[in-house]
Design a protein. Structure first.
Length: 319
């Protein structure tokens, strides 16, 4: 401990430098891999991809990186077999080694994994610098297994999503109309999955501890909020004013009452009749957007539209 006490500031500065070096490698490699498809398809420009990566890489590391950090810190090596001084030097060496390898790979254009690099570096420092027994091989096994399972699972999910988009939107008679109908669902699933991982795995490392049920409800709410960004697409009626859509008007006012009820129920104890009513109101909330609006757009016959704004406001007598 005297070594850390005597050279603590120097070690801190070096750790920061090595961390920035490693982060540069992550940006040059993993971020490039993630953004390559978006930039290659011209959905994003290079500048837009960099700005998006700056924001969401930081948010991901801060809000959802706690679980991975915990695994790297104590899931790979047995800390009880390593002195604090050696642990500090070993982890700094692993950071520098992984950053150096990422630099070489980036220069050569090799799309290597930063996860593989840092895990391998930590295993190397523990096995060579201390002992093979210092490596928690039971913890390394699932990590290595994930390197095989993750590509297969992500490929399967990507294939399923592509097929669903192709059949529900692209290969239809009216792709644009179907996109308005199904894109909000994809947005909801995306927001739900990302927020579920964040609130259940990441936030507890920043002091916010939520139960499984609370995390699920919060993830559903965030997913619904994300879906709201594209909900105007769901109502495909050419008539936008509710004054000329009698069926829409009734469902809208029912939705408004439902919204007020949800606001009230949210402040009540989660027990008895309050729980039942909250479930019913929540169900109608989603049904309104996902079922009522699309169906009304198809079946409702609006009233005749006025020929001018003055006729609508003042009546035919003053037109």
């Amino acid at each position: 401990m005297s070594f850390i006490a005597d050279y603590g500031l120097v070690l801190l500065v070096l750790a920061c430098l090595f961390g920035f070096f490693m982060a540069w490698g992550v940006g040059a490699n993993d971020v490039a891999n993630a953004m390559g498809t978006s930039v290659g398809s011209r959905a994003l420009t290079i500048k837009q991809a960099i700005l998006i990566a700056m924001v969401f890489e930081f948010c991901g590391a801060y809000l959802a990186g706690g679980e991975v950090t915990e695994t790297i810190k104590s899931g790979i090596v047995d800390a009880s077999m390593i002195t604090p001084d050696l642990m500090v030097l070993g982890m700094m060496s692993a950071l520098l080694a992984a950053g150096t390898w990422l630099l070489i790979a980036s220069i050569k254009g090799w799309p290597v994994s930063t996860t593989h690099s840092i895990v391998g570096a930590v295993i190397g420092f523990a096995a060579v610098g201390v002992s093979v027994d210092a490596v928690n091989w039971g913890g390394v096994g699932p990590i290595v297994a994930s390197w095989v399972v993750s590509p297969m699972l992500s490929g399967t999910i990507a294939f399923g999503l592509f097929i669903s988009v192709q059949r529900l939107i692209i290969d239809t008679d009216d792709p644009f109309r179907n996109a308005k109908r199904f894109v909000p669902l994809y947005m909801f699933v995306t927001g739900f999955m990302i927020s579920l991982m964040t609130v259940t795995k990441g936030l507890k490392h920043v002091g916010l501890n939520l139960s499984g049920g609370e995390g699920l409800l919060l993830a559903l709410a965030i997913g619904a909020l994300v879906m709201l960004l594209v909900l105007p697409w769901l109502d495909t009626s050419k008539v936008r004013s509710g004054s000329f859509r009698p069926m829409f008007k009734w469902f809208y006012w029912l939705f408004a009452i439902n919204f007020v009820a949800l606001t009230y129920l949210g402040a009540q104890p989660a027990e008895g009749i309050y729980t039942v009513l909250a479930k019913v109101c929540t169900a109608y909330y989603f049904i309104y957007f996902l079922v009522v609006l699309p169906v009304l757009s198809r079946i409702e016959t609006p009233k005749p539209l006025p020929t001018s704004i003055s006729e609508s406001v003042l009546g035919k007598a003053h037109a």
